[in-house]
Design a protein around this ligand. Structure first.
Ligand SMILES: [Zn+2]
Length: 166
């Protein structure tokens, strides 16, 4: 077993370790993610997490309050986004909770818009959920220009309904 967090951040012995989780490359996508090595039941605590507080939004930060962000490039900041996630964050207790039963090998996912007013970077999503929003923003920001162009391009690819001439 090796610790996932560096020594100076391990202030709590219940922080996650590599017996429970693997920090891995995510298949077919750029970036890393977190996989469960052991099962977690729906509604249970998956892990506690830690980090450093900042007033800046980083790529791997999570919003605690409008002015405060927890920067964790080791674990929780690496969680993947899904529009139908298997986890949710409690940003007061700094805990990950399971929304669904999670099997060993499964990627842990959260909905970034649940915690973030404004994302470090908006991005396209193809998570496979029937509720997929296709372009992910923070909960208090509009789709940016790149997103509008992306969504317009997707809409143009949809089969057109023939209206029929009269
Ligand atoms: Zn999605």
């Amino acid at each position: 077993m090796t610790e996932i967090y560096p020594r100076d951040l391990i202030v709590d012995t219940s922080l996650p370790d590599s017996d429970q989780f693997a920090v891995t490359a995510v298949d077919g996508r750029v970036g890393r993610g977190i996989r469960a090595n052991i099962p977690f039941g729906r509604g249970t605590r998956v892990a506690k997490f830690a980090g450093t507080l900042s007033n800046t939004v980083f790529q791997h930060s999570l919003q605690v309050s409008p002015e405060t962000h927890l920067h964790d490039p080791y674990f929780v900041g690496l969680l993947s986004h899904s529009c139908a996630p298997n986890c949710v964050l409690d940003m007061q207790r700094l805990e990950i909770l399971a929304l669904l039963d999670i099997e060993p090998g499964e990627l842990l996912t959260i909905d970034y818009a649940v915690t973030e007013d404004t994302l470090y970077r908006q991005f396209p999503c193809n998570c496979g959920s029937s509720h997929c929003r296709r372009w992910i923003t923070g909960r208090r920001e509009a789709v940016n220009e790149e997103g509008r162009a992306y969504l317009a391009q997707l809409a143009a690819k949809l089969p057109r309904v023939h209206r029929g001439a009269r």
